[in-house]
Structure formats: structure tokens, C-alpha cells
Design a protein around this ligand. Structure first.
Ligand code: NAD
Length: 561
């Protein structure tokens, strides 16, 4: 069936052959070539966008490469100016953006502001104030005296078109922060937003255009996993994928043929370790927020808690339960809502199944545990479980929902062992009074980030690296490391081509072998060997090149008849 639909922006070649961005165009689209966006709080359709096919993806990538030719040679100052403009545009439209985020993925407005909008704004500020230094050529000091006449530089050059495949749980901050960094470094980007948050993806495209970025610098390709697959098979300078483990594995395979470098930011099963001296009220508040913010749908949510038994253990669990019971579950349209819905029926079913299985295996729900059918959307009660074990999915698989399972353990060592007993390694938190002790524990956890006495905040901070180990992926986003990952790190070595000739160049001879042996001992040998090394090195340094007699090649043997 065909539908008449008004697209805010359209990029598809049949509607937009000249590559010009058309605003508010009415078009006839077939239902199968579009996807619908649903508000998870009431299951109402709130928009429809094109589903990009192979040709449309190819054209978008081509437009981005075309734009890259001009964009990469812009002086950094020009690109910084547009990033500064973007900051103004985002700040001016913050309310509109926050409303769209909360409508399309259901998160309460405070989360849309703090966890989604603040990070990209901070990224703009960080780059416009520090970016020049971060991308400046870096001289490299060398230790070998034979290289004294050389100067080496590391330069940071753009890679080309960076593909960004994004999830729905932080639909604005995740693609935005990477896109801003990539563009600042001189790349252009093609963003594939999640099929569950395509309108936010389109909004991202609008914001860049409004800030003055040239068409083609930021291409938005709406669609599903298949659209993502078309992108990951394309010619790209780098592909940054954020999503599930299965999605990451597929994308890596798809990118293998073109040998596109891939960064993978995948799932987590983040542990919180509570030491006996942890401040009770602070820890209870932190864990409650860390488990239930975004309805538990954060890669770094607190997914499991290990409390090292102490005299405050019962008090702490009581405080967590009491905090949880005070949370209001409801749509983001109600400013008093603390917890929004899950993203869809599939996610709701998965959370319910994890809780059900845990209870059937002996866990106890101290509060929550049920689907809130009465609210109309995909809501689940914030749930605190005790009596859980590592035989249960709730402690091993990513639940991605509002569930806080607690295990009380006998020792710090047991807590560390259990925290590391996971196929994931994204982040962890430690809650403690004695910070030096907590830091020691932090060093024993196999993850990419450990936060002591706080949770989840660091993803929104552009200066701090983000990424994990094991099935949580690899590569580091954000920070100077992430910025440099979006660059071709080029080494340039400069030599004046004067002075002593290179002792490792031709011609080779017995005296050259002696010189090499002497040099090795002089620089790296034991005390006794250094003097003889010096003598061998110096005495052979100016040795006259031995005359070499060429040996004539042997005549080929005559062919036998
Ligand atoms: P997902 O893997 O289903 O989808 C993510 C994106 O990848 C979407 O745009 C999707 O269309 C695309 N995609 C899916 N399969 C693909 C394929 N085979 N080829 C190409 N593209 C494909 O993940 P999701 O449900 O959107 O996001 C939730 C997951 O993301 C959770 O596991 C969460 O922990 C993880 N996540 C990780 C981080 C992090 O920084 N480590 C941040 C946010 C979310």
C-alpha cells in the first residue's frame, strides 16, 4: 500500500536527484520502503521515514566522499567555527530536542537534558577550546644517537568518510559526540540512526545543516539492520558501531572485505562492588539511579551488585528498596515521572523473562517485578532482587531493564572474582569510604572504566575515554584517544641529507659487521663491554669500503634433448 507522507528532510536519490536537501516535501512512498517511529510510552506512531536501500546508501556515502574533498582542506579554524555554531544551535533548540528524545525513546526530560544534550554541547566546547592543541603535530624524541640528525613528527589527518551506526538508547548523544569529533578532525560522516529512533537521527542532520555544515558533511541514512549492513560494506575511513554484541559481530564481518577499521562499543553487565565502609545513603542513592536511569537501558547501567558483608548491609538494602519504591513510573509527558518505558515489546519481554527465571530459581523480589500493563506503554516496575546467583541469566546476560539484583558476599576477593566472572567488560563501580582501598580494588576489575562513588556520568564527558574489553567491544571513543582514532596518524621523518652517511646503508663488509657489533655493545652492553664496543664502533666508522669483486652469474646449463 502507498502512503502520502511529508518528509522533513529527504535524501533519497529518486526524490532528491540533485543532492539538494528538500524540506517538508510531500511524497508518495510505499509502506515497505519506510519505517514507522513509535512512542514507547503509548505505542502511538509519531512519524515515518524512508528505509534506505543499497542504492540510497551508496549515494549518501558518495556524497560524503565528495564533500570530504573540500572539507578536509578547510583550515581547522573554519571547521572550529562551525562546531561553535553547532553549539549555539543545539543550545537554542535544547527544549525541542529534549522533547523529541523523550517522545521517541520515552526517557524523562531531565535525562534527555543531562545524558543526551549536555555531552554534545561539552564536546563542541572542548574541541573549540582545546582541539587545536590535540590535533597539533607532535614531535617525537628518539633515544638512538645514530638518529641525531632526524626530526620526527606525528601528524593527525582525517581518514575520509566515517560511518556511524547508532543505537536507540542514547540516540542523540552517541552519534552526535562521535560525529562532532570526526567532523572537527576533517572527516565527513554518514550516520545510520537506530530504526527505533529515526526522527532523532533526522533532527541531528537538521542541526548540522542549520549550523552551516555543507550538505554532504553529515549524511543521515534512516533504516534498519540491512541499511546498516549496506553502510558497513561501503568504502569508509572508519566505522564506529555502537549496539549489541550480535550487531557488532555482524558489522565486523561486513567491514572485513574492505578492511575498514571498526570501533565497537557493545553491551555490558556492569558490576557494582560495595565495600563495608561505603556511605549508606550516598551508595543507596547512587545505585538506585545507576540501575534505573533510562529504565535500566544504558550500556553501563548497574546490572548487578555485590555487597561485601558488613555491619551496614541490611540498612543499605533497606535504603535501596525504600528509594526504589519512591520512584514514579510513567510517561515523560508527566514531569514527575522518574522512570519511562522500555523501548519495545521485545525488550519488555526480555526483562520480564529474566526476572521470572530468577524468581523461579529462588531469587526474591523485595520490590517490583511486574509489567505495568495499566500504563499503556512498555513499562516495567523498578525491581530489586536478592537471593540471586551466577546460575541465573539476571547475573550473566545483559538485562537492559530496571532491575537491581543484589548478592551479599563474604569478602572483597569474592566480590572481585564475581565481578570479573562475565563475558562483558565495559565498566564497573566501587562504593567505599576509604578511597585508597577502593582504588586498589578498581585495578583488579577487567573493564574499560571504573567509577568510584559515582556511576554512569563519564560517558557524557568528552575528555574521558569510553570503551570496553571482552564482548563489550574494543577501541576507545571520546577523549584525545578517541579523537586520534578518527585520524590517520601519519609519521613524517625529516633528515637534512647531510653529515655522516647512514651506517646501516650499503655497502656491507666485515668492518661494517664489526661496527654494528661495537655499536650494540656500546649502547646496550654491560659496563665491561662498553669500552670495547666504543673502540670497535669508532675504529670501523671511518674504515675504507673494501673493494668487492663481482661474481659473474653462472651460464644456464644446456637443455638435454
Ligand atoms: P542493535 O545492535 O540492535 O542496533 C544498533 C544499531 O546497529 C542500529 O542502528 C541497528 O539498525 C544496527 N544494526 C543492527 N544489526 C546490524 C547488522 N547486522 N548490520 C549493520 N547494522 C546493524 O543494538 P540496540 O538494541 O540498538 O542497542 C542496545 C545495545 O547497545 C545494548 O547491548 C547496549 O549495551 C549497547 N550499547 C553500548 C554502548 C557502549 O558505549 N558500549 C552504548 C549504548 C548502547
Amino acid at each position: 500500500m502507498d502512503l502520502i507522507y511529508t518528509l522533513k528532510y529527504c535524501y533519497a536519490k529518486d526524490i532528491n536527484p540533485g543532492g539538494v536537501y528538500w524540506k517538508n516535501q510531500s511524497m508518495v512512498v510505499s509502506k515497505t520502503s519506510t519505517i514507522e517511529s513509535i512512542n514507547p510510552a503509548n505505542k502511538a506512531a509519531i512519524g515515518r521515514v524512508p528505509l534506505f536501500g543499497e542504492d540510497e546508501v551508496r549515494l549518501a556515502v558518495e556524497r560524503a566522499w565528495h564533500c570530504f574533498d573540500e572539507w578536509q582542506i578547510q583550515p581547522l579554524k573554519n571547521r572550529a567555527k562551525l562546531v561553535a555554531n553547532l553549539r549555539k544551535v543545539i543550545a537554542a533548540k535544547a527544549d525541542e530536542i529534549a522533547k523529541l528524545i523523550s517522545e521517541e525513546v520515552g526517557k524523562p526530560l531531565p535525562e534527555a537534558y543531562f545524558s543526551e544534550i549536555s555531552g554534545p554541547l561539552d564536546t563542541c566546547l572542548w574541541l573549540t577550546t582545546n582541539g587545536e592543541k590535540l590535533l597539533a603535530d607532535q614531535p617525537v624524541a628518539m633515544t638512538n644517537p645514530l638518529l641525531a640528525s632526524k626530526q620526527s613528527l606525528i601528524t593527525y589527518e582525517p581518514l575520509g568518510v566515517v560511518g556511524i551506526i547508532a543505537p536507540w538508547n542514547y540516540p542523540f548523544s552517541i552519534p552526535m559526540m562521535t560525529a562532532i569529533m570526526a567532523l572537527y578532525a576533517g572527516n565527513t560522516v554518514v550516520i545510520k540512526p537506530s530504526e527505533k529512533s529515526p526522527l532523532i537521527g533526522i533532527k541531528i542532520g537538521e542541526l548540522f545543516l542549520e549550523a552551516g555544515f555543507p550538505p554532504g558533511a553529515v549524511e543521515i541514512i534512516t533504516g534498519d539492520a540491512q541499511t546498516g549492513a549496506f553502510l558497513s560494506k561501503s568504502r569508509l575511513g572508519r566505522l564506529v558501531f555502537t549496539g549489541s554484541v550480535g550487531g557488532g559481530q555482524a558489522v565486523m564481518a561486513q567491514a572485513a572485505n574492505a578492511l575498514t577499521p571498526v570501533s565497537l562499543e557493545l553491551g555490558g553487565k556492569d558490576a557494582a562492588i560495595v565495600l563495608p565502609d561505603a556511605p549508606v545513603a550516598w551508595t543507596a542513592k547512587g545505585l538506585t539511579w545507576g540501575a534505573f536511569t533510562n529504565a535500566g537501558q544504558a550500556c553501563a547501567s548497574v546490572e548487578r551488585v555485590y555487597i561485601v558483608k558488613g555491619k551496614h548491609t541490611d540498612e543499605l538494602i533497606k535504603a535501596i528498596v525504600s528509594n526504589t519504591q519512591k520512584l514514579k513510573v510513567g510517561p515523560s509527558s508527566d514531569p514527575l515521572s522518574d522512570l519511562g518505558p522500555l523501548i519495545d515489546q521485545g525488550q519488555l519481554d526480555k526483562v520480564a523473562a529474566h526476572v521470572e527465571e530468577a524468581i523461579s530459581m529462588g531469587a526474591k523480589a523485595l520490590t517490583g517485578g511486574r509489567v505495568r500493563h495499566d500504563l499503556g506503554g512498555f513499562f516495567f516496575e523498578p525491581t530489586v532482587l536478592t537471593g540471586v546467583t551466577h546460575a541465573m541469566k539476571i547475573m550473566k546476560e545483559e538485562t537492559f531493564g530496571p532491575v537491581l539484583p543484589i548478592m551479599v558476599v563474604d569478602s572483597e576477593d569474592e566480590a572481585v572474582e564475581l565481578a570479573n566472572d562475565s563475558e562483558f567488560g565495559l565498566s564497573a563501580t566501587i562504593w567505599a569510604g576509604k578511597l585508597a582501598r577502593a582504588e586498589c580494588v578498581a585495578r583488579d576489575i577487567n573493564v574499560g572504566t571504573v567509577l568510584i562513588n559515582d556511576v554512569l556520568f563519564s560517558h557524557a564527558v568528552p575528555q574521558l575515554p569510553w570503551g570496553g574489553l571482552k564482548k563489550s567491544g574494543y577501541g576507545r571513543g571520546h577523549s584525545a584517544f578517541g579523537l586520534h582514532d578518527l585520524c590517520n596518524l601519519k609519521h613524517i621523518s625529516i633528515d637534512s641529507a647531510s653529515g655522516a652517511h647512514r651506517v646501516w646503508w650499503y655497502p656491507y663488509s666485515p668492518s661494517r659487521i664489526k661496527l654494528a657489533q661495537g655499536g650494540i655493545q656500546l649502547l646496550h652492553g654491560g659496563l665491561g663491554k662498553r669500552t670495547s664496543g666504543l673502540v670497535d664502533f669508532v675504529s670501523n666508522l671511518f674504515a675504507k669500503a673494501e673493494k668487492k669483486k663481482q661474481t659473474a652469474p653462472a651460464e644456464p646449463a644446456e637443455k638435454a634433448d
